[in-house]
Design a protein. Sequence first.
Lengths: 730, 233, 79, 79
Amino acid sequence: MKWDAPATVQLAVEHGLSREEYQVILAQLGRTPNLTELGIFAALWSEHCSYKSSRVHLRRFPTSGPHVVQGPGENAGVVEIGAGWVTIFKMESHNHPSFIEPYQGAATGVGGILRDIFTMGARPIMLLDSLRFGALDAPRMTYLVDGVVRGIGDYGNCVGVPTVGGEIDFHPSYNGNILVNAMCVGVARADTVFYGRASGPGNRIIYLGSKTGRDGIHGATMASGVFDEAAAEKRPTVQVGDPFTEKVLIECCLELMTGGLVVGIQDMGAAGLTSSTFEMASRAGCGLTLDLSRVPAREKGMTPYELMLSESQERMVLVTEPDKVAAVLEVCGRWGLDAVEVGTVTAEPEVVATFEGREAFRLPVASLVDDAPRYERPWLKPVAAAAETLPNLHSRDWGTDLRAMLSSPPFASARPVFEQFDQSVGASTVVEPGADAALVLVPGTSIGIAATTDCNALACGLDPENGAAQAVAEAVRNLACVGAEPVGVTDCLNFGSPENPRVMGQFVAAVEGIAETCRAFEVPVVSGNVSFYNETSGNAILPTPTVGMVGVVPEVRHRPRSTWSEGEVVYLLGPAEGELGGSRFLQIVLGLEAGPVPPVSYESERRASAAVRGLVRKGLVAAKDISDGGLAVAAVEMSSGGVGCELAFPDGVSPARALFGEWQGAFLLAVAAGDEPEVVKACAGLPLIRLGVAGGENVTVMVEGKMLLDEPVGELQRLRERVLGWLSEA
Amino acid sequence: MRQRGRPRVAVVIFPGSNCDRDALAAVEAVGGEAVPVWHAGHDLAGCSAVILPGGFSYGDYLRAGAMAVHSPVMAAVRRHAEQGKPVLGICNGFQMLLEMGLLPGAMLMNRTLRFICRDVHLRVERDDLPLLAHLRRGQVLRLPIAHKEGNWFASPGVVKKVENAGAVALRYCTPSGELDVAANPNGALNAIAGLVNGAGNVLGLMPHPERRVRSLLGGEDGAAILRGVVEAA
Amino acid sequence: MQVEVRVKLKQQVLDPQGEAIRRVLAGLGYAEVKQVRVGKLMLLEVAGKEEKAVRARVEEACREVLSNPIIEEFEVRIP
Amino acid sequence: MQVEVRVKLKQQVLDPQGEAIRRVLAGLGYAEVKQVRVGKLMLLEVAGKEEKAVRARVEEACREVLSNPIIEEFEVRIP
Ligand SMILES: Nc1ncnc2c1ncn2[C@@H]1O[C@H](COP(=O)(O)OP(=O)(O)O)[C@@H](O)[C@H]1O
Ligand SMILES: [Mg+2]
């Protein structure tokens, strides 16, 4: 079918548009669009690009604050961190491509999020990845895990941005739809931030980077369609990442920016040239002309339809002043990159493209971007899972329970994963993966930037609102463990089909939970991404609203520790007992996915985190927050240096709740004996329990003289290392 | 003869280098004057020592370091080396020195066929050269590795020559300095992690000393190596 | 018997490695090299006399593991 | 014209990649595959009519960059 053939309702539907949406298009244009124009509408009006089902709800997020320079709406969020620096960060999903081709899907996911960051003038300084897989014995699953890990590693390692954190978790609901969420954090001087704006009529449009092939055409519409066998059929050419070109692009773009040669710039992400040009025009309230014949093509005979919708990787659109075009081309040439002038900014708010001397399309910017459809999809308020009557939890063999948990995938050591990632390139990594959050220095300064990704999808499935709220609270705690104060949040909201009122209800509740908690902690949400339609043949994934949080340590004086050393005194900051509702203990040991998931108690969380933050900054404590698996698992993690512990609970506590309870916003602290008074003083007014000391070969825990746990450290660590051990073999 | 002021150390930047900025900063941190040198140039900007930094020059496509060695500047690097002046190749830079034949052998893919990033222990085998002046024979260093092709290989004849000539500068070892398969991360023959040439002025190593010049970043073992380069300059 | 498996990227799939090699060759004066595509060459030693049967098995292995049908195509040759 | 460059690891160089593939195949029941060696297959599109001249140039390129004589051997084929 020819690129300029007239569109039809059938074609519109095949492009993923509804009949109603097609009628709106006809009305807005007052004529029948051609196939290329239809493709452009379909891409920009897709869920992926238009956020048509989520936008009304995302308004609930607190997005402003004294330090917010740029909230949602640009390629990434921008927050001031002092001394003239800003941090720029965002998280994005690449779920469907990674399920089809795990290696390239994950790799191009990393490439895409990197471009969102450096396109704003920031040098990327850290990558994180939040991963969800199905049961390891599900079809293709080990192949998917291996491919995703290699893809993330090979791309980030080659580009030379350290991958310093993330999550990996497993649940059968991801058997047919894994999640790959990549996050990137960059830094820039406050006065060299750039935006995706095609402003200044008469300015020139420059195409920069790899040539355009027939890659990923329909990618945006596919990411917005339920993922089934049919999708496999209309599968486009898989995008292949080229991290070498990306690395050169980063250096070239940063040089162009500092050289004052850039008016506006944006990467070509989903829907490639289409989204970049229309969004840049829309933000600037301008229009532009494009000569598609000048777009560098990788294959012969590419049509305007293909050129506009290709999702070939490592491409940028750049706007510069007419008298600077030559200088731009010179810099790009030095970096060995293709750069071509392909158009001009115009005052008229429309995009007009010519191809082989004739007009290929003419579309009003507003209809495609601002007037994209918005839906208030019907939704059902989720019913939070209630408690279930538990079996008798006295006189169990707690050691066996602990070993069962540590041998299960959710508690697998991530070492075989992150050892395939370069964690220290950049020579600024202070805290590497393995702790609660990563900490990296702003190059050439002693300002520390910390980041973490968190989401307990098990809890979100039981209670989307409290589960999402708890994800925010855990992120705050994780940052506190490296001494960082939160400055902003990005998120990646992974859900099933928004056309299913139950799923939509989960989404609305999760947004509410994140919004409320961010408000309470006064942390703005400055960027994010929504990924709907994560389901296969009607089975939706667990609601997975991943929270990415960035924090700052104004001056890093001490290297935060996450393990304890022989002879240190161990304190529990928080109540002696946790809650078993929604806990890993119920899930893994008792096989119960049962509630309730408690709400976050903002006040005590805030005060505990503030205390820990201060102590870590002074180098007085090794800290670990108590999350999945409760105190017992936190103690095992703090023993990973090979040093055990001798702990005793206060009389009268329930062993199950004390060992495996969660949700209390508690921390384990290890303190050198001499520093105890200062620590006790800093925690005045907070529940602080002296549990015992670190030391010995075993992790031992007693209550009322009875031994609850007495397990060799080495063995416990081996259990955790074994689960994903195959990932570090040939 | 040494000109006045801080010794000038060139750090060559290739397309795809990604440890160049780290090396520049590390040189400054140990008292040298770090000079970035673009691969397309033909001279070393009057520097008296050269560092070929780590990274993925040309994406490490084809073979790690294989394409970078054909950059114009490499003729100057070769002359510099042949005149007996100090050259340090780190990771990708080491791979380049092998591809250029300035050091013996070649790199195969790691035994695990995977990229490996972790701290390793390294036993110092030579301390009688200016480049290694700040190390002591038998000393155990702790430095990070980050590579996929660090599995050093050479024919049996060449391996014997290398050992007889005492060309091994560093070997992977246990924390207490013993050699042990488990302590050899990539399968390199004779646990070789670093080599020097016959004249002792060309040093190549897989670990990353430039990442360890501050205790805040996990240790200062790397500073000793870079100091050697700066002072030999 | 000796079996040769040739795995290539599908024609329309980007080959960054091949393109990087082409650029470097051009820089070295091999301007006449217009395109480079890099594939895998696997040389298998397979027990079995019956060529047809061996070929069938190896092709099965190619579909199952030796190639990634989403981006690659394979060819089995028995010299 | 189409030129095929085949780069193989020398016989005495061990090939962990080939060995890993063999193990996977064995695990999947392809026990008859006794050995696997992995090499590179480079397909070049070269301008030029004169086969001998083209071959000479490509062999030169192989010696200069496309292969590493310490671990690899190459072969140029013009189908
Ligand atoms: N996919 C991954 N990539 C990189 N690092 C990871 C990944 N998964 C887990 N990690 C790291 O392993 C450590 C443990 O992860 P996790 O148990 O999720 O931490 P927490 O429970 O404190 O959020 C963290 O330092 C985390 O950054
Ligand atoms: Mg934690």
